[in-house]
Write a protein that binds this ligand. Sequence first.
Ligand code: UDP
Length: 368
Amino acid sequence: MAAELAEPLGCLTVKVLTVVGNRPQFIKAAAVSGLLRAEHEELLVHTGQHYDDALSQVFFNELGLPRPERELAIGGGSNTSQTARMLAALEPLLSELAPDAVLVYGDTNSTLAGALAAAQAQISLAHVEAGMRSFDRGMPEELNRVLTDHMSSLLLCSSQLAAENLAAESVHGTIDIVGDVMVDVAMRTATAARANTEVLARHGIQDGGYVVLTAHRAGNVDDPARLQALVTLIAALERPVVFPLHPRTRARLQDAGLFAELATLSGMHLTEPLGYIEFSALLCHASAVLTDSGGVQKEAYLAGVPCVTLRSTTEWTETVSTGWNTLVDLDAAAALAALELKPSADRPPLYGDGRAAARCVSALGALG
Ligand code: UDP
């Protein structure tokens, strides 16, 4: 970790406007907001990218994220139109609230819109999870990451590799390796998650006797041929399989007439999206996880659960090089082979020590 926790300078309060909009951002902001508000002023803006309770409200309740000061209610539409509507709403908001800094997380439309609105208004921009790269420019998330990093004044990195990616791209802002704020949340809630076996009992599954699966990336569910390949892969798995269905995935399965095929597989447990603790409980008791989520790859590593990633690239490359994560895209045979692999017991900390949020707050203090 490059930066040890600096002593607060003691006087300057920074007014930070944080832009969040989707599930992983609520989780990341939950690590930072409380600490930020203890030392500075924060205004939380929820773009509305994820608006249903299962993907939004549950995380505010469960993880103690403060109620947003502003809700923009901008969901739906294409990536471009959604980002454009967010930008149009953020411009007057930044002018009205006049923050010293804008804070964005991760790689979504809300991240890019918050970043561009701040940069155009000449407001300092801080990006949490800066420098992660899958080098797959076909993914909207990769475009959002790269563009946001090049507009940021403060690039808060989860790992050394992320900082090296940024240095190689000659970004303009200050690079600071702080660790990963999702790791903070996972560490804080690990004991409660491990103790929660209620969710296993509800599904009639045993500790270590099932796999958990998540899938929602546009590249996997929006193209009917890829969606069919996903269903074929899932059908090939040894079950039980627990699959909390993202609303986007449910809708695409229903549109493609594939939902019933999946739902009637024996040993298939389809659920609504789960709250954070319930999902973490399922994850840490599973024999393996299959996912196309970025956050879940990290959380699996932290929990010591082998991960099979349903993509051909990842920005969390460290989890692959340590042998705990295997990229299989949607190849069913490769997924089955990956599930047989036994990672080495060695699991060095990759993304910090659980104190990333405090380092973020300390670095943000310099933006006043
Ligand atoms: N997650 C959750 N409930 C679920 C599935 C996932 O709370 O039913 C959490 C998971 O623990 C992780 C985050 O959601 O912290 C990942 O979000 P998502 O997969 O939507 O986004 P990504 O990480 O791919 O950007």
